[in-house]
Design a protein around this ligand. Sequence first.
Ligand SMILES: NC(=O)c1ccc[n+]([C@@H]2O[C@H](COP(=O)([O-])OP(=O)(O)OC[C@H]3O[C@@H](n4cnc5c(N)ncnc54)[C@H](O)[C@@H]3O)[C@@H](O)[C@H]2O)c1
Ligand SMILES: [Zn+2]
Length: 371
Amino acid sequence: MQVISVQSAQCNYDIHVGDALLQSVGKVIAQKIPKARVAVLVVDQSIAQTWAQEVVASLQDAGLSVVQHIVKASEENKSMAEVEKLWRCLLAARVQRSDVLCAMGGGIVGDMAAFAASTYMRGIATVMIPTTLLAMVDAAIGGKTAVNLPMPSDAPNTNLAKNMAGTICAPAWVASDVRTLSTLPAREFRCGLAECVKHALIADASMLAWIETHSEGLRAMDPARLGELVYRSASVKAAIVSRDEHEQGERAHLNLGHTFAHAIESLLHDQVHHGEAVSIGLVAMAAASQAAGWWPEADKFQLPKRLADLGLPVKLPCAVDAGQLKSAMKLDKKGQSGVVRLVLLKGVGHPGVLDAASEQVINAGLDAIGA
Ligand SMILES: NC(=O)c1ccc[n+]([C@@H]2O[C@H](COP(=O)([O-])OP(=O)(O)OC[C@H]3O[C@@H](n4cnc5c(N)ncnc54)[C@H](O)[C@@H]3O)[C@@H](O)[C@H]2O)c1
Ligand SMILES: [Zn+2]
């Protein structure tokens, strides 16, 4: 097992990465949250009858009274309606401030359940048990919790307003058991891999080289390789959020490729998953970095080939109007209205923020992905 420590203003916490963690969840909770009597396990429906049962047994063995709450993972269910259902479940189970909620599943269940836990009785302890690669290396780290809101009726598109309500609240512990990844659909696995590449580009070239060297073992889901991948990638995010928990500066670097990705997702949400949009967005980012004069050597780095070799998409899957993408980028909530703010690279391991990207820089990015 490997341990990553995260600093937070509320309390520091550990991320454990290993392949036999589910069986010891109860024991670790008994040590870290000794006053807990009730453990509410909020779990993704797709793993409720399988992986979750190991956690239930472990919690019971540790003498905790266990309540299971099953949630179907969908962006529609990352909602206030589901939060209220969960709050009512906590109330019915007489959950006290000293008790614990375990959020087990991908980022959807994690974000929603952790939001409910951070607000129930003004906050009860949360243990994150991520079971997707994306959640292990990204969503479960950094304390951001969220639900989506319905778009106002006069908004330009009909999607959900993603992550518009939430809190920043440190979990008590994160347990990433990489065995759970063995049942993850390959497409979801690759989506997580795109975020790992993003972390490598932010951190240093050696991590990307490691991913490339071990791509075969990773595709075969070799647990030893997966443990190392999660450990390395989660360490990058953990270090950044430890330095900048509230996104005053450096945490924004984690949005590398994401302004392009969010625009792609907003137009092609029924075709492209988030991680796929991130992969395409990273290609656009590299071209934009070159056009901005930040990374003159970007094309020599051959990021599109490297991503394609990992089975990730590097172009838009169908014709999309560049103007529509630009409008969507101007609406991205991380930018100020009408101004496109891009996280770009000055080279691998050297991210920075370009506050007002020119049309020429944006066009270079869009051109590279076939818009
Ligand atoms: N809080 C943050 O900082 C943060 C960061 C990044 C993303 N997010 C959020 O994370 C969400 C996406 O998370 P995700 O990619 O994990 O998606 P997800 O939660 O939808 O999970 C992907 C799919 O895998 C299934 N699944 C989960 N674990 C499984 C397993 N072990 N075996 C088989 N199937 C399994 C789920 O049921 C789902 O169908 C988005 O809502 C995004 O906004 C949050
Ligand atoms: Zn992302």
